[in-house]
Design a protein. Sequence first.
Length: 95
Amino acid sequence: MEKQPAFHLAFMVNDLEEAADFYCRVLGGRRGRDAPNWVDIDLHGHQLSLHKGEDLTPIQGYSEVDGHPVPMPHFGVVLDLSLIHISEPTRPRLI
């Protein structure tokens, strides 16, 4: 398969360490550069920049897809399920 260009996505999170832990431990990313107000994550060749924010309202609306309301905005990365490591205590929070 031909290598695809990487993307960079920056967004705000309420808790930097909790978000970095999720992207690294659960989804297999690697922590990169950081500062008190941001953390870069290498997510399987793509760069996420998590920035500290407060009182965030992440869902701006919904769009119907196949009869289901999908929150907007959102993004996704297609991963091999064998790369995802979800511990039992974490599983209920992700469903």
